[in-house]
Design a protein around this ligand. Structure first.
Ligand code: ADP
Ligand code: MG
Length: 702
């Protein structure tokens, strides 16, 4: 057994207590874990600054100089220490609010010091709070490391003072123990050569004991590349295996019967170019005899429903049944309605199955699905229940797929002897880099064009004090026969408070817009399905002018006559959610408006989000921005995926280029050595096998 697997407890400088912290807080159990625990940035201690040249900044600097004076201010527990420090070019005030007793005696006159900390400005005076200080003589007597790594830390490890310096000394101990040439390379030599990457051992040494930043960035590149490469290699591998092995129902073009009739007699408008392209991609898949697993990405309003309809007709023409699954009851109902509308001239039996379907209906539907008299079914996750069995299901369309959990989707597979074809449709514009990581083994089609004639939605941000302006807009739009949404945020931790906000908002609106001239309804997730449906119906039919709601209306709701979307406390929503909400208006030919009501306390991030919303309506641009602001881990839909998207060093928001390189390299390798049988790829086959056990494949689940 390799020394790398030794317990860290026995490493000099660790011991049982620290070992325990490292294990429980940082998941560092072995020496191998330790040396693979990497700094995510570095503090430059190679340079000394003069006080004259420093400015307030979030980056810490170090200064050489002497103390002019020191003073304890206040008494008892609240006492703090203030000292004046100079290097001949200026003065800076150093302050300690904690550890005063311990710091005070360290500060001596006529002695040279090195101080290190972040500079800020207070009452026109430069200052540092809680700087590190050390006597210059002592400082210079130690071997100097110019760059100190900043390692991931938790509150507990910080409290226990496991800082960069401590980490560095542990790393030293670890590398002394393992000696040279004991870290196995994980990538083939030809890849290292091609991308001029250092080998793993030298990479790790550089990252823990960096000498210059150029070297660091090569080493970081190698780690990032590798993190992304393994995922892409696994995807490339699975994708080609799938193409080779997974059988699929074959839909034949000459069978087009209903589809041809639909195109000729009932298609209400010409398809957009993007829709035509996507349809031809789908046709190619289903005619191939292989199983289709395709993701359709299309912004809100890009016309995904029609794609679902056309694809389902293909299935039915070939003697199969088709289902369309939606994440919410409202959405399922709406889809059922759209389908009925689109297909009313054709002899197709469409059923709707949701949580609120009566028992009697359920039995009937189950029967119809078994005997094949129902060809098309729309529903929520109720479709996944074991009691739902098909005569011969050939296609499943899943709308807004990110809302379905992994296990739920897997259930779809049990519904026929061969997996039905799968089309997942998402309106969440996922940044390219994220899509390549999450869905890299799916085939992706993009509807990158909206149907013609849409007017851009005019977005404005208003503060609470400008509320009257919002009321004026509502009044004038209603006067023109239009309808209004007003949405309140819902944050689960305090549902009761949220609900109160919603109810208060509802009451206020009813005062400002009194009956009988105006009719306002309220819709929220807590309502019984029947109540909700009734309220929605009133809005859809135009009877109600204003709908006050929570985000239950976020996905899919389609009332083209609604032209104003007011979002209360808009700063509490994420960008992609705001975009989804805004997409509820602008669905007709009329000018539409989105009003973002911002609270008085607006954080920098909140302001940036809202300003971005005002500036652009492009979903992909917003998604990229969202990922930059929040980091990829928080983007909707990524958590359930089970794929690692929080890397040690790679960052999907910033490392798109590296991802491209890694992806191309991986797919190229598989293209030329599908089963990784060549000797130079043995190392990859082994690495893949090792990693395979740890990850979940999107392909397995959707
Ligand atoms: P989403 O992609 O958000 O699901 P929908 O499928 O609900 O979008 O389509 C939005 C609206 O655009 C619907 O009213 C739909 O009938 C209409 N639509 C779809 N395709 C076209 C088209 N090619 N030309 C004109 N209108 C279209
Ligand atoms: Mg839709």
């Amino acid at each position: 057994m390799s020394i790398l697997n030794d317990d860290i407890q026995y490493l000099p400088g660790v011991g049982p207590q620290r070992a325990n912290l490292l294990k429980t807080e940082l998941e560092i159990f072995t020496i191998n874990d330790l040396i693979n625990f990497l700094p995510f940035r570095y503090i430059d201690r190679s340079k000394f600054y003069t006080i004259a040249e420093v400015a307030p900044s979030t980056v810490a600097v170090q200064i050489k100089g002497r103390f002019i004076s020191k003073q304890t201010v206040g008494v008892g527990a609240k006492a703090y220490l203030k000292a004046l420090f100079t290097d001949g070019t200026g003065r800076i005030e150093l302050t300690w609010f904690k550890g005063v007793k311990w710091i005070n005696p360290l500060i001596k006159p006529s002695t040279d010091y090195v101080v290190f900390g972040k500079v800020s400005e207070f009452h026109g005076m430069l200052s540092m709070t809680h700087p590190e200080i050390e006597e210059l003589q002592k400082f210079e007597s130690r071997p100097q490391q110019d760059f100190i790594g900043v390692y991931p830390a938790t509150e507990k490890t910080r409290k226990a003072n496991i800082n960069g310096k401590v980490m560095q000394s542990l790393m030293e101990a670890a590398f002394n123990k393992i000696g040279t040439n004991s870290i196995y390379e994980t990538l083939p030599k030809y890849l290292l050569d091609e991308f001029q990457m250092p080998n793993l051992e030298s990479t790790l040494r550089t990252l823990h004991f960096p000498k210059d930043l150029n070297q660091v960035s090569r080493a970081q590149f190698r780690i990032k590349f590798e993190e992304l490469f393994w995922i892409q290699l696994a995807m490339a591998f699975r994708k080609q295996a799938h193409v080779q092995n997974a059988k699929g129902f074959q839909f034949v073009r000459s069978n087009d019967n209903l589809l041809a009739r639909f195109y000729k007699e009932f298609l209400p408008f010409p398809l957009t170019k993007a829709q035509i392209r996507v349809m031809s991609e789908i046709r190619k898949d289903v005619e191939s005899g292989h199983h289709m697993n395709r993701l359709i990405q299309g912004d809100v309003g890009s016309g995904k429903t029609l794609i679902a309809v056309l694809s389902m007709l293909l299935a039915i023409d070939n003697g199969y049944q088709a289902c369309l699954m939606a994440p919410t009851e409202i959405l399922a109902q709406q889809h059922a309605k759209s389908l009925q509308e689109f297909l009313k001239g054709l002899p197709i039996n469409i059923a709707l199955l949701t949580g609120s379907t009566t028992k009697k209906m359920r039995t009937e539907i189950a029967q119809g699905l078994m005997d094949g008299s129902i060809q098309m079914i729309v529903g929520t996750h109720a479709l996944l229940e074991d009691t739902v069995q098909f005569k011969n299901i050939g296609l499943c369309v899943i709308d807004e797929q990110h809302r379905f959990g992994v296990a739920q989707r897997a259930k779809l597979w049990t519904k026929n002897t061969i997996q039905p074809h799968v089309l997942v449709m998402t309106a969440t514009p996922i940044p390219r880099t994220l899509a390549m990581t999450l869905y890299g083994d799916l085939d992706v089609s993009v509807i990158d064009e909206l149907p013609p004639g849409r007017k851009p939605i005019r977005t404005t941000m208003l503060r609470d004090s400008q509320r009257q302006k919002m009321y004026e807009l509502i009044r004038s739009e209603i006067a023109q026969g239009r309808q209004i949404y007003i949405v309140y945020p819902l944050i689960q931790e305090s549902e009761r408070v949220d609900f109160k906000n919603l109810e208060q908002g509802y009451e206020t609106i009813r005062k400002v817009f009194p009956e009988p001239q105006y009719k306002t309804i309220m819709v929220h997730g807590k309502m019984k399905p029947a109540e909700k449906d009734e309220a929605m119906q009133k809005f859809a039919s135009g009877e109600a002018h204003i709908m006050v709601a929570t985000t239950v209306i976020e996905v899919g709701v389609n009332v083209p006559n609604a032209t104003v979307m007011v979002i209360e406390s808009a700063e509490r929503f994420g960008l992609s959610q705001l975009h989804q909400l805004r997409g509820r208006v602008g669905r007709g030919a009329d000018m539409s408006y989105c009003v973002l009501m911002a609270g008085d306390k607006l954080s920098q991030d909140g302001r940036t989000r809202l300003e971005t919303m005002v500036q652009t309506t492009d979903g992909f641009q917003l998604a990229e921005m969202d990922m930059k602001l929040r980091g990829p881990g928080d983007i909707e839909g990524t958590q359930q995926s089970g794929l690692p998207i929080n890397f040690k060093l790679a960052n999907l928001a910033r490392d798109g280029q590296i991802l491209n390189l890694a992806r191309n390299a991986a797919f190229h390798i598989i293209e030329h050595d599908a089963n990784l049988e060549r000797s130079e790829n043995a190392i990859l086959a082994q690495g893949l096998k090792q990693r395979n056990t740890q990850s979940v494949s999107w392909r397995d689940i959707s």
